[in-house]
Design a protein around this ligand. Structure first.
Ligand code: HEC
Length: 432
C-alpha cells in the first residue's frame, strides 16, 4: 500500500483484507495498526491530499490504514460516493482507539481463522466468550477450530512423511487415516458455518467456511491424497456468502459516514442493504436504533413547527432548523423549511424581483432597491432576526433605521437606501 499517493486499490476485497491485519496488542499501545477501529477524539477536519475534505464530528469511527508516527498523521479509510476507498487523514492527537467489544472479538477471531492464524483466532474468540451474549457461539467456534487444528497438523506431518518415504505403504495408511480424521473435523466447521449463517452472522459464517477451504488446500492437497479422501462440500453458496459479507462490511462504513454528516435517510438505506446481507450484524442494528430515534425526533420537531406556524413563524423555523441539524436529508423537513423560510422572507425582506418592482410603484430605481435590500438583509440581521414588515408604519421604520444606524455602522446615504427599500417592500406586503 502506498499511502503517499493516497489512492488506494479500489477493490473491496483488498480493502477488507486490511481490516484483518490486526495486532492484538494494538489497543493498549499508542501506535495504531492497520485495521484498528478508531474514532475522532474531538471535532476535527478530514484531509484528503492535504486539503480539507469534510468535518469529522467527535466520535466518528474509522478504520486505520496506516499510522505515520513521524508526521503525526493517521491515514483512515474513507468510502467515496462511487464506492472507491481512499485514505483521508486526521492528526494523531485527534484520534483514539475504540474499545474492542465482544462482537469485534468474534469478527476478528473468525477472520484470523480465515487467514490461517488459528492460535490468534482462538485467543480472540476466548475474549468474545467472556460476554454472555456470545459465549455459546464463541465456544462452539473454538471447539470446532481446536478440533480442526489438532487434526490438520498430523495430516500435514503425514504428507511430508509420505513424500519423503517415497510413498511407502506404511506412510500411505498413516496419511489416509490422518486425512480422514481431518475430514471428520471439517464436518464440524461446515456445520458451525451453516449455523452462523442461519443466525444471520454472514461474516462469521463466510470466514469460517473459507478458512476451512484454505486449510484443506494444505492438509488435503489433491496431489497428495492417496486414500481419495474428499472434503465435505460447503453447505453454503460460497460466492453469494462472500458477496454478502463484503456488502455488510461496506454498509457499516458508509452508514457511519452518512451519520457523521447527519444524512440519516441515506444511512437508513445503507442499514437496510447491510441487514439484508447480514441480518444479525450488531453495528448495523445499533446504528438502526439510533437513526430511527433521531429521525422520529426530527419529525416531531417538524410537527411542532407546523403547530407554531400560525402564531410564530420565526419559532417554527427554529424548530425546523433543529430538525435539519438532526437529519439533514429528510425530504419532508427540508420541504417545509424551504416553504416556511420563503414565507418568512416574503414577510420580512422580499427580494427585489420584476414583480416586486411592478407592485411597489416606488420612485426609486430597481438597482437602488436592490442595494437597499442588500444593506437591510446583511447589516440589519447581524444581531437579531428581521422583523415583520407590517409590524410598524413607514414612519416607525424610518425611526428604527435611524436609531440602529450607529450599531449597524451605516452612513446617512445607506440609511436612506434601506428606508427606501423598506417603504417599497411594505407597500408590496400590503398589496398582497
Ligand atoms: C450591533 C447589533 C445590531 C445591529 C447591527 C442592528 N440592531 Fe436592531 N437591535 C439591536 C438590539 C440590541 C436591539 C434590542 C433593543 C435595543 O437595545 O434597542 C435591537 C432592536 C431592534 C428593533 C426592535 C425595536 C423594538 O422596539 O422592538 C428593530 C425594529 C431593529 N432593531 C431594527 C434594526 C435595523 C433596521 C437595523 C439595521 C439598520 C438594525 N436593527 C441593526 C441590535 C442591533
Amino acid at each position: 500500500m502506498t499511502c503517499s499517493s493516497q489512492h488506494l486499490p479500489r477493490s473491496a476485497a483488498r480493502f477488507f483484507g486490511w481490516l484483518v491485519v490486526v495486532s492484538t496488542s494494538a489497543f493498549s499501545s499508542f501506535a495504531f495498526s492497520p485495521g484498528d477501529l478508531v474514532r475522532a477524539s474531538k471535532k476535527d477536519t478530514l484531509n484528503f491530499f492535504g486539503e480539507p475534505l469534510l468535518g469529522a464530528p467527535k466520535g466518528q469511527e474509522f478504520t486505520v490504514l496506516k499510522h505515520q508516527q513521524g508526521s503525526g498523521v493517521v491515514y483512515l479509510a474513507f468510502v467515496q460516493k462511487e464506492g472507491a476507498v481512499v485514505a483521508v487523514t486526521l492528526p494523531e492527537a485527534s484520534v483514539e482507539a475504540v474499545p474492542v467489544d465482544a462482537w469485534m472479538f468474534m469478527l476478528r477471531g473468525a477472520q484470523f481463522f480465515r487467514d490461517q492464524r488459528l492460535d490468534d483466532a482462538r485467543k480472540l474468540l476466548m475474549e468474545a466468550a467472556k460476554d454472555a451474549a456470545y459465549r455459546q457461539l464463541a465456544q462452539r467456534m473454538i471447539t470446532a477450530i481446536e478440533g480442526l487444528g489438532a487434526s490438520a497438523r498430523p495430516a500435514m506431518q503425514a504428507i511430508s512423511e509420505f513424500q519423503s518415504s517415497g510413498a511407502s505403504e506404511v506412510a500411505k495408511v498413516k496419511l489416509t487415516n490422518a486425512q480422514r480424521s481431518f475430514i471428520s473435523c471439517s464436518l464440524k466447521i461446515r456445520e458451525v458455518a451453516a449455523e452462523l449463517d442461519g443466525l444471520g452472522y454472514t461474516s462469521l459464517s463466510y470466514a469460517l467456511d473459507e478458512g476451512l477451504d484454505r486449510l484443506a488446500a494444505k492438509a488435503l492437497p489433491p496431489a497428495v491424497n492417496p486414500g481419495q479422501v474428499s472434503l465435505p462440500p460447503s453447505k453454503l453458496e460460497k460466492e453469494n456468502l462472500a458477496a454478502r459479507a463484503s456488502k455488510a462490511a461496506f454498509s457499516v462504513v458508509r452508514c457511519r459516514q452518512a451519520i457523521a454528516v447527519r444524512r440519516l435517510m441515506e444511512a437508513s438505506q445503507y442499514i437496510a442493504e447491510g441487514l439484508a446481507a447480514e441480518p444479525a450484524r450488531p453495528e448495523l442494528k445499533a446504528m438502526q436504533l439510533k437513526v430511527l430515534e433521531d429521525i422520529k425526533d426530527a419529525e416531531g420537531r417538524c410537527d411542532a413547527a407546523q403547530e407554531h406556524r400560525k402564531r410564530n413563524l420565526g419559532q417554527a423555523l427554529l424548530s425546523l432548523e433543529r430538525a435539519v441539524k438532526l437529519c439533514a436529508d429528510h425530504p419532508m423537513v427540508l420541504k417545509l423549511r424551504d416553504e416556511m423560510s420563503g414565507v418568512l422572507e416574503a414577510k420580512t425582506a422580499p427580494p427585489v424581483t420584476k414583480e416586486f418592482v411592478a407592485a411597489a410603484k416606488s420612485s426609486a430605481t430597481e438597482s437602488a432597491l436592490v442595494e437597499g435590500h442588500r444593506l437591510y438583509t446583511t447589516r440589519c440581521s447581524q444581531c437579531h432576526d428581521l422583523e415583520m414588515l407590517d409590524s410598524r408604519s413607514v414612519g416607525g421604520w424610518k425611526d428604527e433605521v435611524a436609531g440602529m444606524a450607529g450599531r449597524a455602522k451605516i452612513d446617512p446615504a445607506q440609511q436612506a437606501s434601506i428606508v427606501q427599500y423598506i417603504n417599497a417592500a411594505l407597500s408590496v406586503v400590503k398589496a398582497n
